[in-house]
Design a protein around this ligand. Structure first.
Ligand code: ADP
Ligand code: MG
Ligand code: ZN
Length: 633
């Protein structure tokens, strides 16, 4: 966003001015314009007097100053005054002009001015400057304008973003354009008797482009656009947030038709829970917001947009009709959306024409727009590092892995024995996945350690992005996750700490099958867990009695146990393939999904000569997924 032009630091100018004045007074004036003063002794003075060299003497209480005859007016000779009763006679004799100079009584008005008015004025000015400076730092703008909202105003394309910068998200764009149309053609809606909507809430996971959409709409709407972050309402002083809200709405009413955008609205819009020690300031701000939104009549032409990734935490009053009654979901992009986002960001970098965006989009299931933008950027960085003339497919593929699993840890020391365990573990995952009909094959397997702690990983492929998961698919997924540990058990007859991540994931899936997805007979369609923060990873909390919790645990355990058993059985039945593939991976360190399938098919063809096993199911066209579980902590 284009920030308000930063104010030139006023303090800086004042300090410079004071320094310059000091410099003139202490250095330049004394050296160039003041008379030269020579200190002389009393004897020298008397000598000069006797030699008739002096023309004029001034006497004060403690000192005497003399000018030399025919000398420069600017040369002054000064000596201390000695209690010399003859002095007057001597001066008379020498015929010098002399006088006792009485120290001047200063003008009372001037002295009042210099002693009182001036210091007070200086303190006042300094105080003002200080407060203004502090006010600026606290985000308050001007010291005199506490409680003023500091919403940034954009008109037309000042944000430099338009809908062309937002790839995918067509539904959200459409909903937003409808709002803009309300602002531009209110008559059409009035003629129909329709009320203008007052507000819309953009909800979705982080990095999906909510803030970006708001900036883009500012560019598209061609009406004034106020943008403010929810946290900017939260102030040090109670009542300030409410004052800011009032001011924001006042400004908006003056500029109508216009759009007001409140980013991260959960900062002020959290549920008022009536707990003791609740945040008074936040509640006041929220109340003010609620009443301001009510105060608007729809005809005024002010649309309020807000964005959040915690819609469930918002106060119900905010969401009722007449306030943020429209909810515009901004979800993670699907494959087409990902391809479009990659293309939008690819335009900004020097891209090799051979780059296949579709392949990249297929390899990044589950990635948000922000992650995709990051992948393009990492790819460009890698191209620079390797001295490529343009960003190549390989750069981008590596950067996908960097974003998933961190950088390669080239220096990691792993003993050959451990490497072997890791290879079997990863092939275990891949083989179980491939051997199960409903489970997706793999995209890539590697045993090069990564900086996120993964010692190796298997990138899974979702054949097509389905919106529904069958019970069998979920179960098979758990089997695949158990495949790593099962291979270790089978081959080495011992187990390692490398499956911690797998265990966590398997448990999570099994648990959700029992508690939320109604996939067990025991609990039928009863929900025993609720998920909060759907868009932020989702923490589940149990909602059932202790007895039920125990039964749930038992059921979860039994699901995992049978999945583990199935994985072990599958691998035991295909031990020779496991050995072959693991040896190949150990040698190559990284193998692609195609290599893996080729080897597997070759092994199967051999077996078919001795037809003991049924042929395997056809593998679909690959579309790898980002949630390639990072195996082996
Ligand atoms: P949030 O939803 O958390 O507010 P942002 O709008 O800040 O996410 O998005 C972060 C960045 O991700 C954007 O600046 C942009 O570079 C990229 N991005 C996200 N979604 C898209 C999209 N649909 N098209 C293009 N870029 C996107
Ligand atoms: Mg945002
Ligand atoms: Zn694993």
């Amino acid at each position: 966003m284009t920030e308000n032009k930063p104010k030139r630091p006023l303090l800086y100018y004042y300090v410079m001015a004071i320094l310059i004045i000091l410099c003139i007074n202490t250095v330049i004036v004394p050296t160039f314009f003041s008379p030269k003063v020579h200190e002389i002794s009393y004897t020298t003075f008397l000598d000069m007097l006797n030699d008739n060299k002096l023309s004029k003497v001034e006497i004060t209480d403690k000192r005497m100053a003399a000018l030399v005859k025919d000398g420069d007016e600017q040369e002054i000779y000064v000596t201390g005054r000695i209690d010399d009763p003859d002095l007057v006679n001597r001066l008379m004799q020498a015929k010098v002009e002399f006088a006792q100079v009485v120290p001047k009584e200063p003008n009372p008005i001037v002295s009042f001015f210099t002693n009182w008015v001036l210091p007070i004025a200086i303190f006042f000015i300094l105080g003002q400057l200080f407060m203004r400076y502090m006010g600026g730092r606290m985000g308050g703008g001007n010291f005199m304008s506490f409680g003023k909202s500091n919403a940034k105003i954009y008109v037309e394309a000042q944000t430099g973003k338009s809908f062309a910068d937002v790839a995918g998200q067509d539904e959200a764009k459409e909903a937003l354009m409808e709002l803009v149309d309300f602002l531009h053609n209110p008559e059409r809606y009035k003629a129909m008797g329709a009320n203008m909507p007052k507000g819309a809430l953009l909800v979705g996971p982080p990095g999906t482009g909510k803030t970006l959409l708001a900036k883009a709409i500012a560019g598209e709407a061609k009406v004034p656009f106020f943008s403010i972050s929810g946290s900017e309402f939260v102030e040090m002083f109670v009542g300030m947030g409410a004052a800011r809200v009032r001011d924001l709405f006042k400004q908006a009413a003056e500029k109508a038709p216009c759009i007001v955008f409140i980013d991260e609205i959960d900062a002020i819009g959290k549920k008022r829970d009536g707990q003791l020690g609740g945040n008074d300031e936040r509640e006041q701000t929220l109340n003010q917001l609620l009443s301001e939104m009510d105060g608007f009549d729809g005809g005024k032409g002010v649309v309020i947009l807000a964005a959040t990734n915690r819609p469930e935490a918002l106060d119900k009053a905010l969401l009722r009709p007449g306030r943020f009654d429209r909810r515009i979901p901004v979800e993670l992009p699907d494959m087409r959306g990902r391809e479009a986002i990659l293309q939008v960001h690819g335009k900004d970098v020097k891209m090799d024409p051979s780059v296949d965006y579709n392949a990249l989009a297929r390899a990044t299931a589950g990635a948000s727009g922000a992650e995709l933008a990051n992948i393009i950027n990492e790819g460009a960085l890698r191209a620079v590092k390797l001295g490529h003339p343009a960003v190549q497919q390989a750069d981008l593929e590596e950067s996908i892995e960097v974003v998933i699993a961190g950088y390669q840890r080239k220096g990691a020391v792993i003993s050959p024995e451990e490497k072997k365990v890791i290879a079997y573990h990863e092939i275990g995952h891949a083989l179980v996945a491939a051997l199960q009909k409903n489970s997706a094959p793999v995209h890539k397997i590697t045993i090069i350690p990564r900086t996120n702690g993964a010692l190796g990983y298997t990138m899974q492929i979702a054949e097509n992005e389905s919106v529904l998961m069958k019970k069998e698919e979920l179960f098979n997924k758990i089997c695949t996750i158990c495949g790593g540990r099962s291979a270790e058990e089978l081959v080495f007859a011992s187990i390692t700490s490398g499956a911690a991540n797998d265990i966590e994931q398997a448990t999570k899936i099994a648990r959700s099958m029992v508690t939320r997805l109604g996939m067990t007979e025991e609990f039928d369609m009863m929900a025993t867990e609720v998920i909060s923060n759907v868009y932020l990873g989702g923490d589940a909390s149990l909602q059932c009695s202790d007895g039920t919790a125990q039964a749930i645990d038992a059921k979860v355990l039994s699901i995992i146990k049978s999945a583990h058993e199935k994985a072990r059985q599958l691998l035991a039945d295909n031990r020779d393939k496991l050995d072959k593939l693991a040896a190949y991976l150990l040698e190559k360190e990284t193998i692609t999904g195609e290599e893996f399938m080729r080897l597997l098919h070759a092994a199967q063809a051999e077996e078919e000569k001795a037809p003991s096993l049924p042929p395997l199911a056809q593998q679909g066209s690959p579309a790898p997924s980002l949630n390639a579980e990072a195996a082996q902590q």
